[in-house]
Design a protein around this ligand. Structure first.
Ligand SMILES: Cc1cc2nc3c(=O)[nH]c(=O)nc-3n(C[C@H](O)[C@H](O)[C@H](O)COP(=O)(O)OP(=O)(O)OC[C@H]3O[C@@H](n4cnc5c(N)ncnc54)[C@H](O)[C@@H]3O)c2cc1C
Length: 415
C-alpha cells in the first residue's frame, strides 16, 4: 500500500482515485478548482466506442483550414506565436495518415470497450449514480458527401467489430417517436451509451470521500520535491504533501506540470462549449451528433444538452459567442421542432479537451522517474475512457499486468 497523490479532479483523476483506493492505496486528490466547472463537468456525456477513428486523420488538416475561415465554424486554431502550438501542429499533421488511422483503430476500440464494461460494472454496483443509459448514438447527416463519408466509417467500424447500422430518414425517425428529425439519414451505433457528467463528478467525488480518499479543493499544485528518480512531495501554494506515487491528471494544464519535471508534453486544450435546455417537453431519446453542424445533442433526464466546437486554444477558456451561435443555428436543421434561442453568455459552459497530437491518450509511467504516472490527453473521449484510464493507472502503480497493452499510450512517445 502506497500513498498516492493525484493532481486533477476531473474524470481521469477521479477514476484513478476510484481504482487506486480499491487496490488498497492511500489516495489524495488535489484540485485547483471546486469540482463544479471543469472539463469533466459540462461535456456531452457520450460514451463512444463508436469513435475508433482518431482526430488526426487524412483530410482533417484541409477541412480544418476551410472551417477556420468562418467565424461560426466548428474548428478553429487561435493564431498564437507559440513553439508548443507549432510542435503540436507538426505532430498532428504527421499523424494525419491512413496508416495512423489503421494502427489506432484496434487500440481505441479496445480501450473504449474496456471502459464501457467498467461503466456497466459501476452502474450495476449501485455505488455511484451517474445517469447511465445504453440507447446508442446517432450520427445524423443532411448531405450526400457526409453520407458517403459516414458509410465508409460505418463499414470500418463493422470490420473492427463495432456494430454500426446505416439508416434512412424513416429509420432514424422511428428511433425518435416524440420529435421530428429532418435528415437525409444517419448511422446508428447501438453499442454507445450516455451519462450525465455533472452527476458523475458530484456522486463519484462523494463516494470517494466516503471511502476515505483525501480531497483538497481550491489548491493549485505549483511544484515538486525530488530525490533521485522519485518525486517525494507535492507543493501547493498553502501546503506540502509527501507522497510515494504521483499521478498527473491535470487535463489541458498537464504540460505546465510536466515542464516542472523537465518533460515537454505535446498537448493543447481543445475548447468546446455547451448549454442546457431545461425541462424539454418532447425530448430526444438517442444522443446525436449533427455532423455538418459539428454539434451534439444529449438527453440528460428531462433536460437536453447541446455541445460543440473545437478551438485549439491552449488554456484559454473565454467564450466566443459567434461559435455558440454556430451551434444554435445548426440545431433546427436537424430537429425543426426544438425551440432553442442563443443562450446568455453566462449560461454557456466552456471546457478544454486535453488533446494529444495523435488522438491517443497519455497513460503510463514517465521514463526517468520511478513513481510518476500520467493520465491525460484523451481529447474528445475523456469521459468515455475515464474508467479504463483509472483502472490502467491503478494497475501501473500496483505493478500488475495492465488489462490491455498500453505501449501506444506512452507519455514520452514523441521524445
Ligand atoms: C464541449 C465538450 C464536449 C465533450 N463531450 C464529450 C463526450 O461526449 N464524451 C467524452 O468522452 N468526452 C467528451 N468531452 C471530452 C471530455 O470532457 C474530456 O476529455 C475530459 O473531461 C478530460 O478529463 P480530465 O480529467 O483528463 O481533464 P479535466 O476534466 O480538465 O480535469 C483536469 C483537472 O485538473 C485540474 N488542475 C490542472 N492543473 C492543476 C494544478 N496545477 N493543481 C491542481 N489541479 C489542477 C483542473 O482544474 C481540472 O479540474 C467533451 C469536451 C468538451 C469541451
Amino acid at each position: 500500500m502506497n500513498s498516492v497523490t493525484i493532481i486533477g479532479g476531473g474524470v481521469s483523476g477521479l477514476f484513478s482515485a476510484y481504482y487506486l483506493q480499491k487496490a488498497g492505496h492511500q489516495v489524495t486528490i488535489i484540485e485547483q478548482g471546486n469540482f463544479s466547472d471543469g472539463c469533466s463537468f459540462g461535456n456531452a456525456g457520450m460514451i463512444v466506442p463508436s469513435h475508433i477513428v482518431p482526430l488526426a486523420q487524412p483530410g482533417m488538416i484541409s477541412k480544418g483550414l476551410q472551417w477556420m475561415l468562418k467565424s461560426t465554424s466548428p474548428f478553429y486554431v487561435k493564431p498564437r506565436l507559440s513553439l508548443d502550438l507549432m510542435r503540436w501542429g507538426m505532430l498532428f499533421w504527421k499523424h494525419s495518415t491512413e496508416e495512423h488511422v489503421q494502427r489506432s483503430i484496434p487500440i481505441l476500440r479496445d480501450i473504449s470497450l474496456l471502459s464501457k464494461t467498467l461503466f456497466q460494472e459501476l452502474a450495476a454496483s449501485g455505488e455511484v449514480d451517474f445517469g447511465w443509459h445504453e440507447r446508442g448514438l446517432l450520427m445524423l447527416y443532411k448531405n450526400a458527401d457526409t453520407e458517403h463519408e459516414m458509410a465508409e466509417e460505418a463499414h470500418l467500424a463493422n470490420r473492427a467489430g463495432v456494430a454500426a447500422e446505416i439508416l434512412n430518414s424513416q429509420q432514424v425517425q422511428a428511433l425518435e417517436p416524440h420529435i421530428r428529425v429532418d435528415v437525409r439519414g444517419g448511422v446508428y451505433y447501438p453499442g454507445d451509451a450516455h451519462i450525465t457528467p455533472n452527476l458523475l463528478i458530484k456522486n463519484l467525488l462523494a463516494y470517494l470521500k466516503k471511502q476515505g480518499v483525501n480531497v483538497l479543493e481550491n489548491e493549485e499544485v505549483i511544484g515538486f520535491e525530488r530525490k533521485g528518480n522519485k518525486i517525494t512531495a507535492v507543493q501547493t501554494a498553502n501546503s506540502k504533501h509527501e507522497t510515494e506515487e504521483l499521478i498527473i491528471a491535470a487535463g489541458a494544464w498537464s504540460p505546465i506540470l510536466t515542464e516542472k519535471l523537465g518533460i515537454s508534453l505535446p498537448l493543447q486544450g481543445g475548447k468546446g462549449y455547451s448549454f442546457m435546455l431545461k425541462n424539454v417537453k418532447n425530448n430526444i431519446e438517442v444522443p446525436a451528433i449533427m455532423l455538418e453542424a459539428r454539434a451534439t445533442a444529449t438527453p440528460m433526464g428531462g433536460d437536453l444538452r447541446f455541445a460543440g466546437t473545437l478551438e485549439v486554444a491552449g488554456t484559454d477558456l473565454t467564450v466566443n459567442m459567434n461559435r455558440v451561435r454556430g451551434i444554435v443555428q445548426g440545431i433546427n436543421n436537424y430537429y425543426p421542432e426544438i425551440e432553442v434561442a442563443l443562450p446568455e453568455k453566462e449560461k454557456v459552459w466552456s471546457g478544454l479537451r486535453p488533446c494529444s497530437p495523435d488522438g491517443l491518450p497519455y497513460i503510463g509511467r514517465v521514463k526517468g522517474f520511478d513513481n510518476v504516472t500520467l493520465a491525460t490527453g484523451h481529447g474528445m473521449m475523456g469521459v468515455s475512457l475515464g474508467p479504463a484510464t483509472g483502472k490502467l493507472v491503478s494497475e501501473v502503480v500496483t505493478g500488475k499486468i495492465p488489462a490491455m497493452n498500453i505501449n501506444a499510450f506512452n507519455p514520452l512517445r514523441f521524445t
